[in-house]
Write a protein that binds this ligand. Structure first.
Ligand SMILES: NC(=O)c1ccc[n+]([C@@H]2O[C@H](COP(=O)([O-])OP(=O)(O)OC[C@H]3O[C@@H](n4cnc5c(N)ncnc54)[C@H](O)[C@@H]3O)[C@@H](O)[C@H]2O)c1
Ligand SMILES: [Zn+2]
Ligand SMILES: [Zn+2]
Length: 345
């Protein structure tokens, strides 16, 4: 089969690999129909995630058709149309019992990280019963690819942890696919204002179209002043960090109002200063989270009922043969205006 392989820092190749086989009774093999590329795949290629070793097939998002199942798989059978969660979950370990699937002792985020992933014709899914979701007939596959990772990530780590409430003021720092998905899912709760901050005017225009009430281009380094001005000097109830660098987390520290929440989503590779000298008396909460994908079933319903349309995030489409071009397009978003790319296997 064809597969996109991480060769080493800044190196990847489209290779011929053997089709994966079932290695545990709880495994399923899924034939991929559609997959995509995540900002985290770019982090891996930069060498930011040492857990992912050279030789690994990348990808942790996708939909497909069950090809075969191990003898202990009870929910799925060959031919079933399924959505793949980016997180694999056994369902019985101490973390899974708390629905903290991201920390499953024999799963978690392993796909396209410590085991081969979805940017291939076939993938082996461990703990298939809990790591796959049945796709009802007639559902839009492309929209559902957004449910493997980016929608649950934005919703769980940003919107739920940030306690977005009706009438509140929200700032989302970062208008990439994750920040934009947070913008879509924050609107479930009808906040009064959603201010989106980024360096890229194209992405800020997209944010406006997706429901941002205001946008701030932070290139001049004065975003905190702009947000404080917009909020009568008070700041925002919820500041969602969706970039993953020190400057953007520190911006959240500056714009959170008394009693507010900072919800971090970004993957951070560098230390960040916590300014307790200005925050100790502000009654704020700071949360961090690795996506659990525990909200996939609920998000599924919001997509099926057209409460949100995650397909709006898709800007480009490629075939698996063209995945090197897909990476090129996705990696140069400032020029290509790419958000999410769909890769058809
Ligand atoms: N916690 C989790 O479970 C989880 C899961 C998936 C992704 N992530 C992380 O979420 C983050 C966002 O993902 P993405 O795919 O949207 O990434 P992305 O790189 O596509 O988007 C980041 C955005 O931040 C903007 N940006 C960069 N520097 C900025 C600055 N100084 N000020 C304002 N904006 C700035 C960029 O222009 C870009 O639009 C990444 O760090 C990713 O690794 C976390
Ligand atoms: Zn991802
Ligand atoms: Zn578990």
């Amino acid at each position: 089969m064809k597969a996109l392989v991480y060769v080493g820092t800044s190196k990847k190749s489209l290779e011929e690999r053997p089709k994966p086989a079932i290695t545990a009774p709880t495994d399923a093999i899924v034939r991929i129909t559609k997959t995509t590329i995540c900002g985290t795949d770019l982090h891996i290629l930069k060498g930011d995630l040492p857990s992912c070793r050279p030789g690994r097939i990348l990808g942790h998002e996708g939909v497909g058709i069950v090809d075969s199942v191990g003898p202990a798989v009870t929910v799925f059978k060959p031919g079933d149309h399924v959505l793949i969660s980016c997180v694999s979950a056994c369902g019985t370990c101490v973390y899974c019992r708390k629905q903290m699937y991201s920390h499953c002792t024999t799963g978690g985020w392993i796909l396209g990280n410590t085991i081969d992933g979805t940017q291939a014709e076939f993938v082996r899914i461990p703990h298939a019963d809990l790591s796959l979701y049945a796709i009802p007939e007639g559902a839009d596959e492309e929209a559902l690819v957004m449910l493997s990772d980016i929608l649950p990530t934005s919703f769980e780590c940003g919107v739920l942890n940030g306690k977005v409430q009706p009438g509140n003021t929200v700032a989302i720092v970062g208008s990439g696919p994750i920040g934009l998905a947070a913008l879509l899912t924050a609107q479930f709760y009808s906040p009064a204002e959603i201010i989106v901050i980024d360096l890229d005017d194209n992405r800020l225009d997209v944010a406006k179209r997706f429901g941002a009430t205001a946008t701030v281009n932070s290139t001049d380094g004065r975003a905190a002043e702009a947000v404080l001005k917009m909020t009568g000097g008070r700041g925002v109830d919820t500041a969602i960090e969706a970039v993953g660098i020190p400057a953007t987390f520190e911006l959240c520290e500056k714009i959170v109002t008394a009693g507010g929440n900072i919800a971090n989503i970004g993957v951070h590779g560098k230390k960040v200063d916590l300014h307790l000298e200005s925050l100790w008396d502000r009654n704020i909460s700071i949360t961090t989270r690795l996506v659990d994908t525990a909200t996939i079933p609920m998000l599924f319903k919001t997509v099926a009922s057209h409460k949100i349309d995650p397909k709006k995030l898709i800007t480009h489409r490629f075939k698996l043969d063209q995945i090197m071009d897909a990476y090129e397009t996705f990696g140069n978003a400032a020029n290509t205006k790419a958000l999410k790319v769909i890769i058809e296997a």
